[in-house]
Design a protein around this ligand. Structure first.
Ligand SMILES: Cc1cc2nc3c(=O)[nH]c(=O)nc-3n(C[C@H](O)[C@H](O)[C@H](O)COP(=O)(O)OP(=O)(O)OC[C@H]3O[C@@H](n4cnc5c(N)ncnc54)[C@H](O)[C@@H]3O)c2cc1C
Length: 433
């Protein structure tokens, strides 16, 4: 008899797990349960709207979603529509693939002011995530600060300064594009607490900042070291060398004709968000690096800004029925095993690091563990879930219905944009009648 597996979450880690399970030698019935109607997690709602090549990864998931052994249950939230405990009673194995949806806090005074956002909400807003559709940030501002120097920080900075023409091939919704384009923003500041070589952005993303139509990248040459010290990992060293070369190139670029600036500021930490009810500025402290750690020097400075986006990392949310480690923000697991018949993959397993492809390894490992651990299937699986959801009058959508929503989004997009995203659950469900 085959085994039944429920995967909670339809981001990359969930889909890679499903794919590995159906490709295994064991007969598996795989159900992917997703709280939103739309699948693919951060590929749809995190990856920047102007980076469509990256978003195209989800095409491979359409193949998995259309596989007869896999069924998609969109608009079903574990914890709301069905409990994790009940799911474990119904399925031989349950895989948690719920990601890390919450922002780490800065933990400084002023963080509660209007105009301070975590990257999850700000990125979610410009990516049409239903939870953040109504964020309505006030962008009638001239300065914006982004705390963090990773790829998410650079995404936010870039989306704020690109021209409408540069965003034409993106799928940013009009409700976000219009106020961004109308915003009188002239200066975006990105702050990293350590030195330029500790910045986490990848070189492609960094280089792009030197080729924007209306934005000049500003780097203080005094913050750039002459060279990269020898490192154990030669690949890491090469990456740092490439970033250093790009930052150095920025210092030679001509700002003429560009109305906006993106400042790459290193060795500085925020001390306080200034202003009244709304953000008006940031009090920063200069740092020095001592034994690899950023240490405040006591020297401070202020910048004016009407918005602060904290892009300093994500954390997971506890799920009732699964042990949770508050410090790491992940489900407690040993190589992905959480308890008998319960597994974790992706960001909720490892924390918010790595690229989309990193989740493929998790999916493959989880599938191997499941087929090794579960020797006698026999729980009700899919049929049990269906009767449970019917009893609770939950309206779920299957993958074919998702494809219909997707088709409407694609058909209504003004060329060359690939899709006009529906940004609320009601709008998506309305497509289905
Ligand atoms: C802003 C941003 C930009 C990024 N850009 C890139 C990039 O350009 N290139 C790249 O390689 N990587 C990028 N990444 C990283 C990449 O997105 C992650 O590695 C990947 O999405 C993690 O996959 P996941 O499946 O663990 O989580 P997620 O993608 O977050 O998927 C989790 C899914 O679980 C669902 N879920 C949560 N709770 C429940 C519940 N209770 N019941 C049912 N469903 C639930 C969520 O709705 C979501 O769909 C980016 C990340 C972020 C945050």
């Amino acid at each position: 008899m085959g085994i039944s597996v429920a995967i909670v979450g339809s981001g990359p880690s969930g889909f890679y797990t499903a794919d590995a399970l159906v490709k295994s030698d064991v007969d598996c019935e795989v159900d992917i349960i997703e709280r939103l109607p739309a699948p693919h997690g951060l590929i749809r709602y995190g990856v920047a709207p102007d980076h469509q090549t990256t978003k195209n990864v989800s095409r491979a998931f359409d193949k998995t979603g259309g596989d007869g052994a896999v069924r998609y249950w969109g608009n079903v939230e574990v914890g709301r529509d069905i409990s994790l405990d009940r799911l474990r009673e119904l399925y031989d194995a349950v895989v948690l693939a719920v990601g890390s949806p919450f922002d780490r806090k800065l933990g400084i005074p002023g963080e509660d002011k209007l105009g301070v956002f975590g990257s999850a909400e700000f990125v979610g807003w410009y990516n049409a995530h239903p939870d953040f559709r109504d964020l309505n940030p006030n962008l009638d501002i001239t300065g914006a600060a982004v705390i963090g120097v990773g790829n998410v920080a650079i995404d936010i900075a870039r989306v704020l300064v690109k021209t409408r023409e540069e965003m034409a091939t993106s799928d940013i919704p009009d409700y976000a594009l219009d106020p961004i384009q109308a915003a009188p923003i002239t200066d975006v500041y990105m702050f990293g607490r350590r030195g330029a070589l500790d910045a986490k952005f990848t070189n492609v993303e960094l280089r792009e900042m030197g080729h924007l139509t209306n934005c000049h990248p500003v780097v203080d040459p005094a913050q750039l070291p002459d060279s990269v010290d020898d490192m154990e990992n030669s690949r890491d060293k090469r990456l740092k060398e490439r970033n250093l070369a790009s930052l150095r190139e920025f210092t030679t670029l001509d700002p003429a004709g560009k109305n906006k600036r993106c400042h790459f500021a290193f060795l500085a930490s925020p001390l306080e968000i200034l202003g009244g009810e709304r953000v008006e500025g940031l009090l920063m402290e200069r740092n020095e690096v001592v034994d690899g750690r950023a240490v405040g020097t006591g020297e401070t400075f202020e910048i004016e800004c009407g918005m602060v986006a904290a892009a300093i990392g994500y954390q997971g949310e506890p799920i009732e029925g699964a042990p949770f480690d508050e410090w790491s923000g992940t489900v407690v697991n040993e190589d992905g095993r959480v308890a008998d018949g319960l597994y974790a993959v992706g960001w909720i397993k490892r924390g918010p690091t790595g690229v989309i492809g990193t989740n493929k390894v998790d999916g493959r490992d989880a599938a191997k563990q499941i087929v090794a651990d579960i020797t006698d299937g026999g729980k009700p699986g899919r049929a049990g879930l269906e009767s449970e959801l019917r009893a609770g009058s939950t309206r779920w959508i299957d993958y074919g219905q998702w494809q219909r929503i997707k088709a409407v989004e694609e058909e209504s997009a003004p060329a060359p944009s690939p899709r006009r995203k529906l940004a609320t659950v009601d709008e998506m469900l309305a497509v289905l009648g």
